[in-house]
Design a protein around this ligand. Structure first.
Ligand code: G6P
Length: 609
C-alpha cells in the first residue's frame, strides 16, 4: 500500500507531486510528505494525517525545485506520526517506499552496531541509511542502489534522491506497482497511472526486480544487477477526466451513478450484438481444456471475494462445472491440492492485492491454468495470468468498490455462459436470452439509482440503529455480505451478512427493535423460503427494510421500507439489489460525518499480506 510519486524536469515538482498524491490517497492516508531538490539541497515537508495537512504546510512554506519525491502512507512499521512519515532522509539521501522490508530487525541491528542513529520506527529509514552509506563510498547513486537491493528482503517499491546528484532519480521495485510516465521534457514515476495521466499517456511499467535511472534528459531501465533492459513504452486508454469528481460530493457517489454506463462498457468487448452471442477471444485457444474442465476455483479478497461468490452460483448453475470460492488470505495456508484439469480465476479490481497474487502464483506452481479478471490493465495479476479478462469499469477511486463489483458480475455472467456454451450446457436460444438480459440491465439500474434520494433522507433515521443484519439466499446471499461489508467500511457500524436460512442457527437471538434487518428477496426459485425466514425474524420484532421485485405485496407487508427492483432473471437480481445497499451505506456514513471516499484504517489497494 502507500502511494509514491516522483517528478523530474518540471519547475513545479511540488505541485505535480501533491496533485499526484491526491489521486493516490486511496492507497493510504495516515501521513504524507514531499522532498524536493532545489539544485543545491533537498528540502522536506511532512505532516501527520491526510494530505490536506501537508497541503496546508506547503501553502505556507512552498518548496521550489524541479526534482522531487512524495508519499502518502498506510502505516505498517510504526504509528502514524510525523516522525514516521516519508520521505525519510539520511545524510543527503531521501527515500519514499511502498511495501514492507521483512529483514527490518536484522538491518536495524546491523546499522545500530555500525554506529548509525535511527530516528523513526519505520523500515523505510533503514533503506535511506544503507543507500547513504553506499553513496558516500561510491559517489554514484545508481551503483549505491544496486549494492543495497540484495540486502532488502520483502516487497518494496522505492524512489531515491541524493543531494549530491541534483539531476537524478532512481526507482526500483520488487513487487508493488511502479510506472514511469514520459511527459514533455519531464518524467513522472508513480504507484498508479492516476498520478501520471494528467501529463501523459505514454508509460512504462517496471516489472519485479527492475530499476529505472532517470537523469535530466534521459532514462535507462535495468535489471537488479544493472544489466540494461529494453522497455516497451505503452499508451494507456484512461483519461485525466476520469480522475475528476465531476460535481459529485464523493468519488463513490459518482462511481455508483456511473454503474449503468460502466456495465454497458464492460459487456462491449465480449458480446456480438448482431448475433446476440458471447465472444471471448482470450479463451478461444483453450476450448479443448474447457471441454474437459473438472473444477473451477475462484480466489479473491473483500468486495471481489463477494463477486467471486456470486460467480460460484453463476458458473455452477450455468456451466455445470464444480466451482469453489476461497478468500485469498486463507487459500494458500490450507495447502490446497488443486485438481489437474482445473482453472483458477483471480478477481481483483487493482490486480495487485498481495494475497490474491500469491494464490495466482501458487496455482501456476501447481501447473493449473490461471485466468485473471482485473480492472487495472498491465497490473501484476494481469501480466502473470495465462488468460486475461477485464472488468472495463474505468478508474475507480473510492476505497469502497462499487462499479468494479458490478462489472465483475457482468463478466462472470458472460464467462459462465461461455463455458456453458462450450461444454454443451447452454443452447443458442439460452445464450441469446442471457445476452439480452445483460444488455437490458443498465437501464434497469438507472431506475434503481433513484433510491439515492430515499437514502439521503432516511440516513438520519437509519444511523440510529445499533446494528444491521443483511439477509439473502442463493445468489443474493453474497449481496447480503457485500451490503454488510459496505456499511462496516463506510459507517463503522456493526453489520453482518447472513444466509437467511441460517438465521435460526444463531443470529435470530440478535433481533430486537434496535436491529435493522435488510432483506434481499427478489422473486426467484428461493423466494418462498426466503420469505419464511423473514417471517420468523419479523415475529421476533425485526425492523425490516426489504429489496424485492416490483409489486411484491407480501414482502412489502413485512417491511417498514420496501424498495422495489424491476422483475429480471435470477442472475440479474444481484446487479439491481446491490445498488440500494451501496447508497444506504454511503448516506448513513455521510450522515455520521465520515469521509466516504477514505474510510479510516482502510486502503484501496492492499499490497501487503
Ligand atoms: C481492499 C479494498 C476493497 C477491495 C479489496 C480487494 O480491501 O478496500 O474495496 O474489494 O481490497 O481489492 P482488489 O483490488 O483485489 O479487488
Amino acid at each position: 500500500m502507500c502511494g509514491i510519486v516522483g517528478c523530474l524536469g518540471r519547475e513545479d515538482a511540488q505541485e505535480v507531486i501533491v496533485k499526484g498524491l491526491k489521486t493516490l490517497e486511496y492507497r493510504g492516508y495516515d501521513s504524507a510528505g514531499v522532498a524536493i531538490h532545489n539544485g543545491e539541497f533537498i528540502n522536506r515537508s511532512r505532516a501527520r494525517g491526510k494530505l490536506v495537512n501537508l497541503e496546508k504546510k506547503l501553502n505556507e512554506e512552498p518548496i521550489r525545485g524541479n526534482l522531487g519525491i512524495g508519499h502518502t502512507r498506510w502505516a505498517t512499521h510504526g504509528p502514524a506520526t510525523e516522525k514516521n512519515a516519508h520521505p525519510h532522509m539520511i545524510g543527503g539521501v531521501s527515500v519514499v517506499h511502498n511495501g514492507i522490508i521483512e529483514n527490518y530487525a536484522e538491518l536495524r541491528d546491523e546499522l545500530i552496531a555500525g554506529g548509525s542513529e535511527i530516528y523513526s520506527d519505520t523500515d523505510t529509514e533503514l533503506i535511506a541509511h544503507l543507500i547513504n552509506i553506499k553513496v558516500k563510498q561510491t559517489n554514484d547513486l545508481l551503483t549505491a542502489v544496486k549494492e543495497v537491493i540484495p540486502r532488502l528482503q520483502g516487497a518494496y517499491a522505492v524512489l531515491v534522491l541524493s543531494e549530491r546528484h541534483p539531476d537524478e532519480m532512481v526507482a526500483f521495485t520488487n513487487g508493488p506497482p511502479l510506472l514511469v510516465g514520459f511527459a514533455e521534457k519531464s518524467f513522472i514515476v508513480a504507484s498508479d497511472m492516476l498520478a501520471i495521466v494528467p501529463y501523459t499517456k505514454n508509460i512504462a511499467y517496471l516489472s519485479e526486480n527492475e530499476v529505472v535511472h532517470i537523469q535530466k534528459d534521459s532514462y535507462k531501465f535495468y535489471s537488479n544487477d544493472l544489466k540494461p533492459i529494453d522497455k516497451k513504452i505503452e499508451e494507456i486508454s484512461w483519461s485525466a477526466e476520469q480522475v475528476e469528481k465531476s460535481g459529485y460530493p464523493y468519488y463513490m457517489l459518482k462511481e455508483i451513478f456511473e454503474q449503468p454506463r460502466s456495465m454497458a462498457k464492460s459487456l462491449e468487448p465480449y458480446i456480438n450484438i448482431e448475433t446476440q452471442s458471447i465472444e471471448m477471444p482470450a479463451l478461444e485457444s483453450y476450448v479443448s481444456d474447457i471441454k474437459s474442465l473438472e473444477q473451477i476455483y475462484i480466489v479473491s479478497c473483500g468486495t471481489s471475494f463477494y463477486s467471486g461468490m456470486v460467480g460460484e452460483y453463476l458458473l455452477e448453475k450455468m456451466s455445470g462445472v464444480s466451482c469453489k470460492v476461497d478468500i485469498a488470505s486463507e487459500f494458500r495456508y490450507r495447502s490446497p491440492k488443486l485438481v489437474k484439469n482445473s482453472l483458477l480465476i483471480v478477481i481483483s479490481q487493482s490486480g495487485e492485492t498481495a494475497d490474491t497474487l500469491a494464490a495466482l502464483r501458487l496455482a501456476k506452481e501447481q501447473g493449473v491454468r490461471t485466468l485473471s479478471l482485473c480492472n487495472v490493465q498491465h497490473s501484476s495479476m494481469d501480466r502473470e495470468s495465462d488468460i486475461q479478462l477485464y472488468m472495463n469499469a474505468g478508474v475507480e477511486i473510492g476505497v469502497a468498490s462499487t462499479k468494479a463489483f458490478i462489472c465483475s458480475l457482468s463478466i462472470l455472467n458472460l464467462l459462465a455462459g461461455y463455458i456453458a456454451k462450450v461444454n454443451g450446457n447452454m443452447k443458442p436460444e439460452e445464450e441469446r436470452a442471457l445476452v439480452k438480459s445483460l444488455l437490458a440491465t443498465p437501464s434497469h439500474m438507472e431506475s434503481v439509482l433513484t433510491y439515492d434520494k430515499f437514502f439521503a433522507e432516511a440516513a438520519e433515521r437509519l444511523k440510529d440503529y445499533k446494528g444491521f443484519l443483511y439477509l439473502g439466499r442463493g445468489v443474493n446471499f453474497p449481496i447480503a455480505l457485500e451490503g454488510a461489508l459496505k456499511l462496516k467500511e463506510l459507517a463503522y457500524m456493526h453489520a453482518e451478512g447472513y444466509a437467511a436460512g441460517e438465521m435460526k442457527h444463531g443470529p435470530l437471538a440478535l433481533i430486537d427493535e434496535q436491529m435493522a434487518v435488510v432483506m434481499i428477496a427478489p422473486k426467484d426459485d428461493l423466494y418462498d423460503k426466503a420469505i419464511s425466514n423473514l417471517e420468523t425474524a419479523k415475529a421476533r420484532g425485526a425492523q425490516v427494510i426489504s429489496i424485492g421485485t416490483v409489486n411484491d405485496e407480501r414482502l412489502k407487508n413485512l417491511s417498514i421500507n420496501f424498495l422495489s427492483i424491476p422483475e429480471v432473471p435470477w442472475n440479474i437480481n444481484p446487479f439491481l439489489a446491490v445498488i440500494p445497499l451501496q447508497l444506504l451505506s454511503l448516506h448513513v456514513a455521510s450522515a455520521l460525518g465520515h469521509d466516504v471516499d477514505q474510510p479510516r484504517n482502510l486502503a484501496k489497494s492492499v499490497t501487503v499480506e
